[in-house]
Design a protein around this ligand. Sequence first.
Ligand SMILES: [Zn+2]
Length: 250
Amino acid sequence: MMRLYKTDALVLRVRDFSEADRIVTLYTYSRGKVQAIAKGSRKTKSRKRGAVQPFTYGNFLLYQGRSLDTITQCEPKESFSHLREDLVKLAYSTYLTELVDGFTAEGEPNEQVFLLLLTTFYLLLKDNPGLLVRAFELKLLNILGYCPQLESCVHCHGPVAGNAAKVRFSSRLGGVLCDKCSGHDPFATTIQMGSLKTMQQLLKWDIRRLQVLKVPEERQQEIAAILRHYIDERIERKLKSTVFLDTVLQ
Ligand SMILES: [Zn+2]
């Protein structure tokens, strides 16, 4: 195998490693999640300094190591600096990268994950972040095989009465429950049918077209709460960015 490789990547996370070096978590187009060391990147004069900031999209030349790869060169294509300058956008972007980091493993390339995150960063520069992030959550879960069952009952696979005003959603079982099965999870939450319909749309629609979707604030909040709970049940580690996100959204 070639030990030197070139790939487009997004910076998920950056942490200090030593006096001069940083460890960068990248989501690469060709190899999925990669941990790499950026030598000398903490030095003020380093050319890598700008390139290894969170959210940066660039073309990276990496050297494959035994446990950590090394960033040899990086040509930034888009720094997404606007996402770092606005607190709300910073909080949302940090959350998106933490979700990708938390739900993916190294050595499992997935072009769809890369493209979803890149597209969402571009849209976050101008769009209403709330709905966009809800769509991101659903699409990411779907790509990785964790999507909640939204079209039919998660227990019996039967139809869910579309004319009812409310429906039960079970985070533990992973989707909606029909009337007959609603007792199968006593901890299931009752949600508005409208919230379920909106989640179905967010999952199916092209993420670039969401701006035409008008969703009342109250429903957006209900969907945010459902997905937060659902994701917490599935992700192994506790998300740290949600604390920051909740603080800036207050
Ligand atoms: Zn059922």
